[in-house]
Ligand binder design. Structure first.
Ligand SMILES: NC(=O)c1ccc[n+]([C@@H]2O[C@H](COP(=O)([O-])OP(=O)(O)OC[C@H]3O[C@@H](n4cnc5c(N)ncnc54)[C@H](OP(=O)(O)O)[C@@H]3O)[C@@H](O)[C@H]2O)c1
Length: 243
């Protein structure tokens, strides 16, 4: 099996949740350098320490990046230099998923800015080694929309279109682009909500439980390592479409 030996892996959104799981899995897959980035400096340094505590061979670095800031994204791309694989997991869950409120315009502006325009702007300035990859993060609400969250269905559907377009744009320079469709991954939901989420997924998925960051990280690592896949969506969602 291939490893990520001698590869530099960047995880934008690596300070928690899915992104932290991807950063750890990259180190476990022997990546030489793992760079995590997100907007909150103390969360970044805390995550770097947690990654280092695993005492895996690769070097771990952290960068502060507010992905709402286009200039900062371009400076970040220039600063990190030539890289191999980038996973983009930055973004927030819609508040309505947790508390039943309808997310407002500001949330959706932020979602498009960070999840859609962020990676688009990044690749305009990023430099990849040939054979590199970019992996985006969508969700399941376009496959299985939920009441009150129609705009999030739009965000994740847009990400699939962006993935295919960027796969075409970057193919000439030997870079693959894919997207992981996330189901309900348990890491940061408030613990008092776990019971109601457990109940929800029990009734709406074939695999009736929440997923873990390490389970979904497998998909990102596969998409980094497999040189023959581009423009594709890999769903890690407990079989939500078939339930
Ligand atoms: N978990 C799920 O069940 C699920 C399901 C479907 C889709 N998703 C999507 O998958 C993505 C990751 O989810 P998650 O569960 O890993 O969430 P998470 O644990 O909240 O992690 C989100 C990451 O994004 C970073 N971030 C937020 N705003 C940012 C900004 N302006 N600039 C740079 N980084 C920013 C956060 O760090 P800072 O706070 O330090 O910036 C954090 O590292 C999200 O887009 C989410 O909508 C998740």
């Amino acid at each position: 099996m291939a490893t990520l030996q001698n590869k530099t892996v960047v995880v934008v959104g690596g300070s928690s949740g899915i992104g932290f799981g991807v950063a750890l899995a990259a180190l476990q897959s022997l990546a030489s350098v793992v760079i995590i980035a997100s907007s909150n400096a103390s969360r970044v340094s805390n995550a770097v320490e947690r990654l280092k505590s695993h005492k895996l061979p690769g070097e771990v670095r952290g960068e502060v990046l507010d992905a709402r800031d286009a200039v900062a994204i371009k400076e970040f791309a220039a600063k990190i230099g030539v890289v191999d694989h980038v996973a983009w997991t930055s973004g927030d869950l819609p508040p309505g998923l947790l508390d039943g409120t309808t997310p407002g315009q500001a949330f959706y502006d932020g979602a498009f800015t960070v999840r859609f325009w962020g990676p688009y702007i990044f690749v305009q300035s990023a430099r990849f080694h040939p054979g590199g990859s970019l992996t985006l993060t969508s969700g399941s609400l376009d496959t299985k929309p939920r009441p009150g969250l129609s705009a999030t269905s739009g965000v994740v559907a847009a990400l699939e279109g962006l993935t295919k377009g960027l796969a075409v744009d970057l193919a000439p320079v030997g870079v693959r682009v894919n997207v992981v469709g996330s189901g309900a991954i348990w890491d940061h939901f408030p613990s008092e909500m776990k019971e109601s989420f457990d109940q929800l997924v029990k009734n709406s998925q074939l695999i009736g439980r929440l997923g873990t960051p390490s389970e979904i990280a497998e998909a990102y690592i596969f998409l980094m390592k497999c040189g023959y896949i581009t423009g594709q969506r890999v769903n890690v969602d407990g079989g939500i479409a078939l339930a």
